[in-house]
Design a protein around this ligand. Structure first.
Ligand code: MN
Ligand code: MN
Length: 285
């Protein structure tokens, strides 16, 4: 099954959706490997017209490249995926990656970095993901933000954080990492935070949405759910605010077995809102 309104050939497409059905380093609730299929199924529940952005998704050039091949081993999987990520960027496509677990973000962010040396990175997540390694793997999903900071860019901001080891919080303080907790969003409002991020990251941006940034009341089907989270509207506001700068996008960490489809539905809607917002705004940085 293809994502709804993905009617374009690869050659003509602006947006290339790809699924990566891999959850090999996940430790709590497994199953994000099944998310690309469930997100695609859920994408068909919506009207093609998006009134918020006044864009009809059937009028924009979207291609669904299907699921990328993966193997059991994360390191090998990452190197297989990076060939695809590099090709999408080289061919001037906007990658829209459906995870799968959060470690899969790295090859896409690295591919964008090659084309845009000034790349910034914004992540929505409940978790800091700043560990150097977790359970014996440096490429665990619990390490993704550490990789981004060390290998991709220091122009980095995290929103929605409310979980991490003491050492990870110390790393944030020592390195003056731009980090906004879910409580910051609740207290200040998302617009204020986005203003600050926009002043800090001026150029192109990669946006990675770990769905557990959202409160489990709205998105219960997650690998590592964490209460006191963001609302779906907060996330939509981030997408719409950053849209003109976004050059790569992913949405990861849905574990579909843990609800009756609501979380995949919300994930599909956010992906559709991203493409509509991006098509409306064009690229501008
Ligand atoms: Mn994460
Ligand atoms: Mn997370």
């Amino acid at each position: 099954m293809l994502f709804s309104d993905a009617n374009a050939d690869y050659k003509d497409a602006r947006y290339v959706i790809c699924g990566v059905p891999f959850d090999g380093t996940s430790c709590c609730r497994l199953g994000s490997a099944c998310a690309p299929l469930e997100i695609r199924k859920a994408s068909h529940y919506f009207e093609t017209y998006n009134p918020l952005f006044d864009i009809d998704l059937k009028d924009i050039r979207i291609h669904d490249a299907g699921d990328l091949a993966v193997v059991k081993n994360i390191d090998e999987t990452l190197s297989m995926i990076s060939a695809h990520a590099d090709k999408y960027i080289k061919d001037e496509k906007m990658p829209v990656m459906l995870g799968g677990e959060h470690s899969l973000t790295l090859p896409f962010a690295l591919a964008c970095k090659k084309k845009y040396p000034e790349l910034g990175f914004v992540v929505l997540d409940a978790h800091l993901d700043l560990r150097e390694e977790y359970r014996g793997s440096r490429n665990s999903h619990a390490c993704i933000s550490r990789h981004i900071l060390e290998e991709v860019t220091k122009k980095y901001a995290a929103i929605g954080i409310r979980s991490g080891a003491r050492e990870e919080y110390e790393y944030v303080a020592e390195n003056k990492i731009k980090m906004f907790s879910a409580d910051d969003v609740y207290a200040l409002g998302i617009e204020k935070i986005m203003q600050e991020i926009r002043d800090y990251i001026k150029g192109p941006v990669y946006l990675s949405i770990d769905m557990d940034a959202i409160d489990p009341a709205y998105a219960p089907a997650l690998g590592s759910p964490e209460p006191y989270g963001l609302t779906p509207r907060d996330v939509r506001d981030v997408i719409s605010c950053l849209a003109p700068k976004i050059v790569g996008f992913d949405l990861v960490e849905i574990a579909p077995a843990y609800d009756s489809g609501n979380t995949a539905l919300l994930g599909a809607k956010l992906v559709r809102d991203f493409m509509a917002a991006s098509a409306k705004a064009g690229l501008c940085f």
